[in-house]
Design a protein. Structure first.
Length: 113
């Protein structure tokens, strides 16, 4: 699966990308929403895996839902990871998968279906 991972925490970004790559996914990383938007302007992805609490956004889930999701290939999967699942569920697309930090194993399972 072609996956775009978004996280402003570079350590978490690298760790998530490495684990997903090892699980067989084709991964591209972005450390902010502007970078993610630029990537999606030129490439299509089947999934976005994003931190809910991104610097510069009031809600990573809202930004993904309104700005990035329309640029994904259909059908698309959105996986949000967060320390507070209630906030993510309120703001995320209705079909998004919400996982709680620490998140890497749950993200891999969500992408496997």
């Amino acid at each position: 699966m072609d996956v775009l991972v978004i996280d402003d925490d570079r350590l978490a970004l690298r760790a998530t990308a490495r684990v997903l790559t090892a699980a067989g996914h084709h991964v591209r990383s972005a450390d902010n929403m502007n970078h993610a938007g630029h990537i999606l302007a030129y490439s299509a992805y089947q999934a976005i895996v994003s931190d809910q609490d991104l610097v510069g956004t009031d809600s990573g889930a809202k930004t993904v839902a309104s700005f990035l999701r329309p640029k994904l290939r259909s059908p698309a999967l959105v996986v949000m990871y967060t320390g507070n699942p209630n906030d993510a569920r309120r703001d995320a697309p209705s079909d998004a998968v919400i996982v709680t930090k620490p998140h890497i194993d749950e993200v891999v399972r969500a992408l496997q279906g």
